[in-house]
Design a protein around this ligand. Structure first.
Ligand code: FES
Length: 293
């Protein structure tokens, strides 16, 4: 059976939604919207922080497993297991922050991912205690079982990232999809002041915001999870005009598309725009953000 069939089944388990709505209430109470949650998402880094944070516990636990094979009873293995347990906590918190702004299917997979990791962590706690007197095989055996749980959890983590696309930049393709030449978006007078309007620019949807005789044109699919940004609201945040995503509240600065508030971590691509003879025109930037030739 292909692994994807199993992971698809997990994502289809609607009964998990009742559990998830309870967990969601707790997570949003403990981690309300704000700078702490944004930091856990990785807004400051411009990249999800959870994948980086799990490296430390995974590295510690794997290293301990190697020592268990090469140097049974090693004190260093106990230190590694203890460090792994301690560093798993902040990694888990950042994971729950991302989970709280995910689709239902992603949350179902995420909950099972967290359960497997929790089981793995429990095994490592047993392992840590059992290694106190450097005797017996309980420490290394429970560590080995913990590693199996963590591997299963990591598989679902990969599923979440690569197949269910929680974490990747959903606007990454903007620079590749054009339009490479100036594209007419209609008369300036058709756009109301400060109200987001959706238009087709070649084969991409864009959101247009008018400010007097000026316009800002952004890729319409939110970089977090592809929400239609033209259904969002314009807000002033820290002195900047911003567009707020209707789904999870990511807030993008209109001047350059930068993220002011998460959960998005990647900026929203902004097209180059101009008003010519009373009509709005736009063209894509290249990947590096400079005009396409
Ligand atoms: S889709 Fe989640 S913040 Fe836009």
């Amino acid at each position: 059976m292909r692994l994807s069939r199993i992971t698809d089944r997990i994502a289809e388990q609607k009964w998990l939604d009742r559990v998830n709505s309870r967990i969601h209430r707790v997570v949003t109470r403990v981690l309300p919207e704000g700078s702490v949650k944004d930091a856990l998402h990785g807004v400051w880094l411009g990249h999800p922080v959870h994948p980086a944070m799990v490296q430390l516990p995974v590295g510690c636990f794997l290293s301990a497993a190697v020592l268990d094979v090469t140097t049974p009873g090693s004190r260093a293995a106990r230190v590694l297991v203890g460090t792994g347990i301690a560093s798993a906590m902040p990694a888990a918190v950042s994971g729950w922050a991302d989970w709280s702004d995910a689709h239902e299917e992603q949350q179902r997979t995420g909950t099972v991912h967290a359960l497997l990791n929790t089981a793995g962590l429990a095994c490592y706690l047993v392992s840590f205690v059992a290694r106190r007197d450097r005797s017996g095989r309980t420490g290394s055996v429970s560590g080995g079982v913990g590693m199996l749980f963590l591997l299963a959890g990591a598989t679902l983590g990969g599923e979440l990232s690569f197949r269910q696309a929680l974490g990747p930049n959903h606007a990454e393709d903007a620079a590749h999809r054009g339009p490479n030449d100036w594209c007419d978006l209609g008369p300036l007078d058709d756009f109301s002041e400060g109200r987001p309007e959706v238009r087709d620019a070649g084969n991409v949807k864009v959101v247009v915001l008018r400010s007097g005789s000026d316009v800002v044109v952004l890729h319409d699919a939110c970089s977090h999870l592809s929400a239609p940004l033209h259904e969002g609201e314009v807000e002033e945040v820290a002195g900047h005009r911003c567009l707020v995503c209707p789904w999870h509240g990511s807030t993008f600065r209109l001047s350059d598309g930068e993220v002011m508030r998460g959960p998005a971590t990647a900026p929203q691509p902004r097209l180059i725009s101009r008003v010519r003879a009373g009509r709005v025109e736009a063209r894509a930037r290249t990947y590096a953000g400079v005009p396409a030739s």
